[in-house]
Design a binder for this molecule. Structure first.
Ligand code: AMP
Length: 191
């Protein structure tokens, strides 16, 4: 089973590139952000998640890990999964390892998209026009998401570096150029 952690700051292209890899390799794509946004808006869980995401803060680990595990359980026959936006904390990374081990599998590699902050801010501002996401519309929330990434999420890379599974990908260029870099890295990692 191929388990790819597609990593990178908000606006680095994880969603776009996940869709391409999903189609090319027939993988399941799980974005915890999409799962939170897809919850019944009237449910207590959705309201709780939104109280964090509207400010650009992380939803607590316990809730996020549970949501992730129940999402994975929906695809018992998956030949592989792209994890997009998860894990975002070291505790989530440890939980994912434990969860995959219990299923007799493991993370194949972390593909980390590298994009500088000024480019991220511009991309997110552009995305706000058509994404309809409140967390894309407010520059203060965008900055908080970047800060949360730097403080809480970036250290997750060390978790995979220690396992020799970290692969950095230049996330600047055309969508096709970046997907080709990801494909080349993935094929080298699984050869
Ligand atoms: P995203 O669509 O990945 O940008 O996620 C949107 C928002 O959902 C984030 O700003 C968080 O509030 C929440 N979220 C998504 N994934 C996670 C995660 N792995 N851990 C905690 N919060 C998350």
């Amino acid at each position: 089973m191929t388990n790819i952690v597609l990593f990178g700051p908000p606006g680095s292209g994880k969603g776009t590139q996940s869709a391409i890899l999903k189609k090319k390799y027939g993988l399941v794509h799980i974005s915890t952000g999409d799962v939170f946004r897809g919850l019944d808006p009237e449910s207590e869980l959705a309201k709780l998640a939104k109280s964090y995401s509207d400010k650009g803060n992380l939803v607590p680990d316990e809730i996020t890990i549970e949501i992730l595990e129940s999402e994975v359980a929906k695809y018992p026959d998956a030949k592989g999964v792209i994890y997009d936006g998860f894990p975002r904390t070291s505790a989530q990374a440890a939980a994912l390892d434990k969860f995959l081990t219990s299923k007799g599998t493991s993370v194949t590699c972390m593909l980390a998209l590298d994009v500088q902050e000024d480019v991220l801010r511009e991309r997110l501002k552009g995305r706000a026009i058509d994404s309809g996401r409140p967390d894309d519309a407010d520059p203060a929330v965008i900055q908080n998401r970047i800060d949360v990434y730097n403080n809480q999420t970036a250290p997750v890379a060390d978790f995979y570096k220690a396992q020799g599974k970290y692969i950095e990908i230049n996330g600047i260029g055309s969508i096709e150029e970046i997907s080709q870099r990801l494909i080349d890295a993935l094929e080298a990692a699984t050869a």
